[in-house]
Design a protein around this ligand. Structure first.
Ligand SMILES: [Zn+2]
Length: 469
């Protein structure tokens, strides 16, 4: 077996580096950091996005490496980039995707330059460090290493850098799915939406998102008679509206589990202390479910939301003068439907819950995404993520999760691509205080490197040609 050494990368000529051992990961760190820092340093705050600046950086790197990369733009300032490493076509492609835009910042809240990619206290600080330039840099490295190692692949590996994920999907994922789907068509997709849970320096769980709730926002509208504030009216729009808001805001919507959430709570129980384990195991126990759900609502709101369609009032609008009864009052409600929920039936149920014909429910269409079934847990891809998780983080559990928020995976799942959300390891405290969209975002530097490796191993696990015996 001949060995070749290539840019600090040791690979065997016949067998691809399927277990990652052939890659000297220590030697890759400086390059991973260089690309990651450069990507964080490009201010792609959305709005306006300016994602083309990121695409230009990526295109240069791919061109220098001889990896074919194509740019697709609906809006010239908001381009997307697709690159592809060819396999032998035995299996359908895998898509590794990351978005190039970031959410905006309030500069005064940052102790460091938000676009500085400053290294401090073992972390790299900056907007986009965990959302989503970590995935972007990891995916980029996977492509570079695939090219340099000459790994033999049974499937194409497609890289997509997409614009507009943060609330403006038209020039990004929607454009790619609707206009250029053949460029990104794949059996599997890996993208943001998961992570690994670090506790006392050890990864205890790898989370892989396989489904997400569906935003289906509504507005409650009440029309009443306007009049003088000194004369009470039974049709006061404010009174009807606030009663309705209270009713649906405190409504415990029906329990709705799916394969992902069932497995999630089962596995979570397996790794939790006895008291919590009993709770996770008792969710569907008729005798205990009411008390358990109350506990979750108060103490673990994310888990409570994972169990159901959630109804959260977010905006109230009514009135303009102290002594005038307004003729109209309205409330915006952020409804997140559990997969499989029938929107019409649910809203009819909500109308009964409100029990007041004066309150009209209007559907809003902004931010709607196509409904899709969860990605499956019995695929080669999900199994690969479990294998790699166990290999890289011995003793860890793989938790399939349902995101309460929405991602661009919805558009891919709607096209039949089994899509899985992954991410780097972080502690609870870091996720709470320095996570995606928070005032200050940062990533543990060591997690960046282990995540690049995790992505590489997961991609190879499902793509590398097995040596014929
Ligand atoms: Zn993101």
């Amino acid at each position: 077996m001949t060995c070749m050494v290539l840019l600090g990368l040791v690979v065997t000529a016949q067998t691809p580096a399927i277990d990652g051992k052939a890659i000297d990961w220590k030697a890759q760190e400086s390059e991973i950091l260089r690309h990651y820092s450069a990507l964080v340093q490009i201010d792609s705050s959305n709005p306006p996005g300016n994602e083309t600046a990121v695409v230009n950086y990526l295109k240069k790197v791919f061109d220098a490496e001889g990896i074919p990369a194509q740019v697709f733009a609906l809006d010239p300032a908001r381009a997307n980039l697709v690159a592809r490493i060819k396999g032998n076509g035995k299996k359908r492609p895998i898509l590794i995707m990351a978005h190039t835009d970031v959410v905006g910042i309030q500069r005064e809240k940052w102790p460091v330059d938000p676009f500085g990619a400053i290294r401090k206290e073992g972390y790299i600080w900056g907007r986009g460090t965990v959302d989503d330039k970590d995935k972007l840099a990891a995916n980029l490295m996977v492509m570079l290493l695939l090219k340099r190692s000459g790994a033999k692949l049974d499937r194409d590996v497609i890289f997509l850098a997409e614009s507009g994920e943060e609330g403006t999907t038209a020039p990004g994922i929607e454009f790619m799915v609707n206009q250029h789907f053949s460029q990104i068509e794949a059996e599997y997709c890996l993208t943001e939406g998961g992570g690994a849970i670090l506790s006392s320096g050890r990864v205890t769980a790898v989370t892989v998102s396989t489904t997400e709730k569906l935003p289906r926002r509504i507005r409650l509208v009440v029309n009443g008679t306007s009049g003088h504030g000194s004369v009470p009216r039974t049709d006061n729009a404010l009174v009807h509206l606030s009663t309705a808001v209270t009713k649906i805001g405190t409504w415990e919507t029906p329990l709705r589990l799916n394969d992902t959430t069932r497995t999630y709570f089962e596995r979570l129980a397996g790794m939790s202390p006895p008291e919590s384990a009993a709770r996770y195991n008792g969710i569907t126990d008729p005798a205990r479910t009411a008390a358990i759900q109350r506990y979750l609502a108060e103490n673990e709101p994310m888990h409570y939301s994972m169990l159901r369609t959630s109804v959260v009032p977010t905006i109230l609008k009514a009135g303009f003068r102290m002594n005038v009864i307004p003729s109209e009052a309205e409330a915006t409600i952020d409804v997140r439907m559990a997969p499989g929920e029938d929107p019409n039936a649910f809203l009819a149920q909500m109308q009964r819950q409100i029990g007041d014909a004066a309150v009209k429910i209007e559907r809003l269409t902004d931010g709607e995404r196509p409904p899709t079934p969860p990605s499956r847990l019995d695929t080669e891809m999900f199994r690969a993520l479990e294998i790699v998780g166990k290999r890289m983080y011995p003793g860890s559990v793989t938790l399939p999760t349902m995101l309460t928020g929405a991602t661009d995976m919805a558009f891919l799942r709607a096209k039949g691509i089994q899509s899985y959300g992954i991410g780097p390891a972080s502690s609870d405290a870091d996720r709470t205080n320095y996570g995606a969209h928070s005032d200050v975002e940062r990533l543990l530097e060591s997690s960046l490197y282990s995540f690049a490796r995790f992505t590489w191993e997961a991609v190879l696990e499902v793509s590398a040609s097995k040596p014929s015996k």
